[in-house]
Design a protein around this ligand. Sequence first.
Ligand code: ADP
Ligand code: MG
Length: 695
Amino acid sequence: MCFDYKTMAISSLESLMEKWERFFQEYCKDKIESAALLYPEKKSLVLDYWDIDKYDAELGEYLLEKPYTAIFTAEEALKRIDVAGEAPPLHFRVKNLPETRKIEIRDLRAVHLGKFISVSGLVKKVTEVRPKLQDAAFQCKRCGAIIKIPQEENVLTEPAECYADQGGCGRKSSFKLLTDKSEFIDSQKIELQESPEGLRGGAQPMRLVIYLEDDLVGDVVPGDRITVNGILRVQARRTGKLKLTEFNKVMDAVSIEIKDQAFEEIAITEEDEKKIKEVSKDPMLYEKIRNSIAPTIYGLEMEKEALALQLFGGVPKTMPDGTRIRGDIHILLVGDPGTAKSQLLRYISQLAPRSIYTSGKSSSAAGLTASAVRSDEFGEGRWTLEAGALVLADMGIACVDELDKMSPKDRDALHQAMEQQEISIAKAGINATLKSRCALLGAANPKFGRFDEYAPIADQINIPPALLSRFDLIFPLTDKPDREKDEALATHILEVHKYGEMLSHEKDLEIDKIKPVFDPEFLRKYIAYAKRNVFPVLTEEAMEKIREYYVEMRARAKETVPFTPRQLEAFVRIAEASARMRLSNVVTAEDAERAIKIVEYYLRKVGIEREMGEFNIDIITTGITKTQKDKMRIITDIIRDICKETEAPAPLEEIVERAQEEGIDKATVEKLISKMRKEGIIFEPKHGKFRLTSE
Ligand code: ADP
Ligand code: MG
């Protein structure tokens, strides 16, 4: 028998069912038996599309073209397969559709409606799982008969009359829904968003609403990368009570494939691999990669080198006791407006595989981490869990501009997201742990407009010190007039503009100056290859180098703490990234030196004790420098003396005068006084007069 699905009428449903039945009998008996055995823990027969296609290409084609009918008949046929006297109602789920059926969310059109297709993306939102009425039982208020109505719409369908063929009285009546006699099915709604790597720079990702039922629910969480094979259908849109003629596209899921492998989206051919390996041996590799990052931005060599290392990242470790140490390198750029921070972030977000660019200020409700809210619009009154930037950037880089403007909720959640690289949410019907295994690249502007190199970072940006200490590297970018640098920068920017103008009408123009050494596409492949295949291990020499430096720096410091164990981990991560960059499976002394060079550069810029010439990590973590501590001690002594001498609170002018004698200028005294007051060390019993809290 041969049938043409295009002309097939309902009468041939039976023949279709027979076709399925034969297929199941001949090829799937074992699978059906084991599925039936595991019922109801497992409720589906899951098949590969190509198994069906191999058996009967026409049947496969029919499934793709008329999926609702095909799946309905297949499920009916499944009930006829007798396995040990039982035939539980199994779902028929098909995976691995042909390439031609893989459609980008943004390319979904009316022709895809009612067809079996496959979409891939990132799970952005999921609702809690709720029971949905499937087979409703109604009781006739006139005769008491029970009438069953299958529910296919989102709104409740009631019986039109008390159907005589179901044993009812046959009259028009009113009905009561009997929930205990009705059948419910678990349902869940999710929102899938296009994967960032598929997007052309800056384009807004498109989204698709997908409905999951029964055994498909509860398996995906926001941030998962999945392929959903399903059927596209329309859903009426309403404004108030009016139905609109424009419909929404939604999908009914048939099967879900969760992707685990990072970077599988980036295809690397054998030819690519050859080139990658060749390039990795280039003695100028580090310079070349660095110079491939944002070539239109002048200077900032060390910052760019650090960003390059961040792209590769260190090696994450899971200890036997289950603790996980992150490999991702978190970097923060702080500095004056107009110092190319945003530019760098945008460049990295376009270069890095799997990355997200967002602003702390303008992020969606989910913000940087995640949110659980009862949502009317999406969740139809259900709790909805939504992924924020760090979850969406899982296995990539989250570039967050204006990090200082993030919401207080994110501020709290960010510690866990950065260190444990997961975000736990427990609220109402939702209890989930979302993964945020990404590197954070943040940018922040100073609170007071301009960055003061001589004041502690923690005082100048609106990010709590505890959070600052989670960053492996913090780079201040300052915009101070400097004749030589200004001239070079101006020349560079002007040239970039000139070339840009020329490029706009001379397509083939080759401009070495602003052309990256490696084009972004190749570099992306190189990074993906390294992250996928290279897991460097510290050598004895590298460990020795780092240990020596660490111990030496701590020993040299007198009262201050130059590094904490946290910095030690930063050294390791950066050294690993350095090894990875040249595809080396061992971290050598040279890699350790590169890490030391970069950490030292960063500490010199932010953590150095100017007067003493010593590093002091306290500047970052507590916002107090050693000299500040000393000065505070001097001021405390002065206040104590004055109070004792005069038996009254110490007037500010008097404190300033005496402090000046000790070499502390007026502005510093005033700043420290206000700081000490905030911290409760002193108080102001009368305006402009101070006392020690402790005496
Ligand atoms: P920020 O985010 O730090 O405030 P932007 O990234 O918005 O600054 O940069 C402002 C402008 O100045 C951009 O057009 C950028 O290209 C330019 N600019 C700033 N510094 C440099 C530099 N070092 N080289 C080239 N262009 C620069
Ligand atoms: Mg900016």
